[in-house]
Design a protein around this ligand. Structure first.
Ligand code: FES
Ligand code: FE
Length: 425
């Protein structure tokens, strides 16, 4: 007998997404954003089964470096051992559960649990147990190494899978999203790095609302009017006028790609930059052409893009490169963790411009993010009315080539969501 499709007490998950291709209609039941049973089921059927982004290898650059974070609702440690290998451990003591590492980031030869002082090496082995003779001869430290999660990386982006056997390979999982990770990783011959520092903020809204928002350029001109006015006063255009396209990258991943509204600090000089930077940027541009050919060089250096890696990683590559991890906190709240990424070998003036944009546009206090946070909270509040059943994500279904202001990326997300939620593991 097949597993029931209705694990929620109140909602049939197989009826949440109503797609009618012939009628160009795509509807999402609003209970998907408010129902506690659905939120719990997402944990099991999405976050416990998919490859999830943990961090970038540059965040643990040398042996002993570590960073702690929450991934898929679980506390983990991203660590580079003395042997140089990157691993991801469960941040919970094998004795009785306490965090073995309480720092956000740092360097350590070993992690000492503060509760009873069990000590683990930065490769996860249990190397110290005070009064070990009290455990008897059968106690073997090897049985109590830190729990290590299945981990893999692509071009420096590190992912883990809690479903060790069922998740398949990371390469297969990423599908065509790899092409977009390449477009970012190829921006420096010596490597890309996550710039030190992390932004944390939240919203009283379901996590999927911010995913939808992050791949939605339809709202740009309406919601970010203040920013559009400012940019237009500097001679740039809003997304609709710039063209570009949206793409389904397989497995729930999607991207938007379009010419930049303003500058790109990567070899794309415009009058926004100081004249003195022009020769250097043009030389860098020529270097890209030599490495990749004119067409790919133009795509790498001259296009903006937003990449969604299902379920909860966004990489927005515009003037700045913003990596955003969006996590649920129950059905009605979300947490955002953001990092800035940049070429390791970038000139200081360009790095400064990039980081300034990282703060002033997508930062928690920037031009865009407060608008986005306020509006997703407003959607969540609107759902409380309960007399309207569906949200409409049909925009552009009647078009052959999806435009960046169409809702294709959100549909791609929901199609994968439906597939995973309807299937018992
Ligand atoms: Fe960690 Fe006891 S819980 S040493
Ligand atoms: Fe926005």
């Amino acid at each position: 007998m097949s597993a029931p499709a209705t694990p929620s007490n109140t909602v049939d998950v197989s009826r949440i997404v109503l797609e009618d291709v012939a009628g160009a209609s795509f509807l999402v039941d609003r209970r998907a954003y408010v129902d506690a049973d659905i939120a719990q089921l997402e944990q099991q059927r999405i976050f416990d089964r998919c490859w999830l982004y943990v961090g970038h290898e540059s965040e643990v650059p040398a042996p002993g470096a570590f960073a702690t974070r929450n991934v898929g609702g679980r506390p983990v440690i991203l660590a580079r051992g003395d042997d140089g290998a990157v691993r991801v451990f469960a941040n919970t003591c094998m004795h009785r559960g306490a965090f073995v590492c309480r720092e956000a980031a740092g360097t350590a030869k070993a992690f000492r649990c503060p509760y009873h002082s069990w000590v683990y090496s930065n490769q996860g082995e249990l190397i110290g147990v005070p009064g070990q003779d009290a455990y008897g001869d059968c106690f073997d430290r090897a049985d109590y190494a830190l729990k290590q999660h299945r981990m893999d990386s692509y071009r420096g982006f590190v992912f883990i899978a809690f479903d060790e056997a069922g998740a398949g390979s990371l390469s297969d999982y990423l599908a065509e999203a790899k092409e977009y990770l390449d477009l970012i990783a190829d921006q420096s011959e010596v490597g890309m790095e996550v710039v030190r520092g992390t932004q944390l903020h939240g919203a009283k809204a379901n996590w999927k609302l911010l995913i939808e928002n992050s791949v939605d350029l339809y709202h740009f001109r309406a919601l970010h009017k203040r920013y559009v006015d400012y940019m237009e006063s500097m001679g740039s255009q809003a997304p609709r006028e710039r063209g570009g396209f949206a793409r389904d990258l397989g497995n729930g991943h999607a991207a938007n790609e379009l010419p930049p509204a303003a500058a790109r600090p990567l070899a794309h000089w415009t009058p926004m930059f100081d004249e003195s930077l022009k020769p250097q940027m043009e030389a860098t541009r020529q270097h890209f052409i030599d490495r990749f050919g004119a067409q790919r060089a133009q795509r790498i250096t001259g296009m903006n893009r937003a990449l969604l890696v299902f379920p909860n990683l966004m990489i927005i590559d515009a003037i700045a490169i913003t990596i955003r991890k969006i996590d649920p906190v129950g059905p009605g709240a979300l947490a955002v963790t953001s990092w800035a990424m940049a070429p390791k070998d970038e000139a200081p003036e360009l790095r400064a411009l990039r980081l300034s944009h990282y703060l002033t546009f997508l930062g928690p206090g920037g031009f865009a993010t407060p608008d986005d946070i306020e509006i997703v909270e407003s959607c969540q509040l609107g759902f409380a009315n309960r007399s309207v059943d569906y949200c409409n994500l049909s925009r552009g279904m009647n078009r052959e080539v999806p435009q960046t202001t169409d809702e294709l990326p959100a549909r791609v997300f929901w199609q994968r969501w439906r597939e995973l939620m309807a299937a018992a593991p």
